[in-house]
Design a protein around this ligand. Structure first.
Ligand SMILES: [Zn+2]
Length: 269
């Protein structure tokens, strides 16, 4: 058997965009109109701020701008995690979660490291504060889900051979299990230059594909963690799903959904 994504989709595509500037409005709309989902990592201390030519999304706009997407944290004030004292870092992350949860009415458990900077202590603190995943800025060019979601290295920044990666993802080799293409950046990179062509071309190419699950960072994180939590009989032919999510497997005889709490035979004895 092999794990597959919900409804038997073979692969997942997700986006991660940081800092919450006003250009997020256009990007979030572009993804939404193509049936895609992304995650927007916000600094709650910057909401509604006007700073030179930087305009940040207002708190009262979040629900509308990011409808259908995930809102995640990025630190209250975008301070460098590895410069702060432990107590400052704790506040920077905990207070960001609290504010964003209050505004959205949802749990906010995703993150990206400000400036992409982190060390072991940053990871420990984030994990202890209930953060389930955090994205780095280290492009891997690959499609493997991370070993540790608190160090989720993306596939590529949108300026780093995006269309080449898109072709590789479309033709991905069969040995990949639960592959994910993870694209990251900042919407102001399109907004300031006025050139949205790279992301528009990518969205056009990747939309409406039957074998792709379009999901937020958190949806993918939760699904992969659920797959990893599955329990099996000693002969590997019976699977028990102890999680609260349905998990899908592809077997010799077809596609199987194992619901929350269910136990099913997944092979012939
Ligand atoms: Zn940032």
């Amino acid at each position: 058997m092999r794990f597959v994504y919900p409804e038997g989709k073979r692969k997942a595509l997700t986006f991660s965009y940081d800092d919450g500037q006003s250009f997020d409005r256009r990007l979030a709309g572009l993804l939404r109109s193509a049936g895609m989902k992304g995650t927007f990592h916000l600094n709650s201390g910057n909401l509604g701020l006007l700073r030179g030519d930087e305009v940040f999304i207002r708190a009262d706009e979040l629900a509308e701008v990011y409808a259908g997407h995930e809102i995640a944290c990025h630190g209250v004030q975008h301070r460098n995690p590895t410069t702060l004292s432990r107590q400052q870092l704790l506040l920077e992350l905990q207070e960001d979660r609290k504010t964003l949860e209050k505004i959205t009415g949802h749990l906010v458990q995703g993150m990206s490291y400000a400036f992409g900077n982190y060390d072991d202590e940053t990871v420990r603190i984030a994990r202890s504060l209930g953060i389930l995943y955090s994205r780095t800025t280290r492009d891997t060019g690959s499609f493997f889900p991370p070993a540790d979601f608190l160090e989720w290295h993306p596939t590529c920044h949108h300026d780093n051979e995006l269309m080449k990666r898109a072709d590789e993802f479309i033709d991905i080799a069969g040995f990949y299990e639960l592959p994910v293409m993870y694209v990251w950046g900042h919407s102001f990179e399109f907004g300031r230059s006025g050139d949205w062509s790279v992301i528009e071309a990518f969205v056009e190419k990747m939309q409406g594909r039957e074998d792709i699950w379009y999901a937020t960072n958190m949806e993918i994180c939760r699904y992969v963690l659920a797959a990893r939590a599955q329990e099996f009989s000693a002969d590997g032919l019976t699977m028990h799903n102890p999680t609260a999510l349905s998990v899908w497997v592809s077997t010799g005889t077809g596609l199987l959904e194992i619901g929350p709490g269910e136990t099913k035979d997944i092979g012939e004895r």
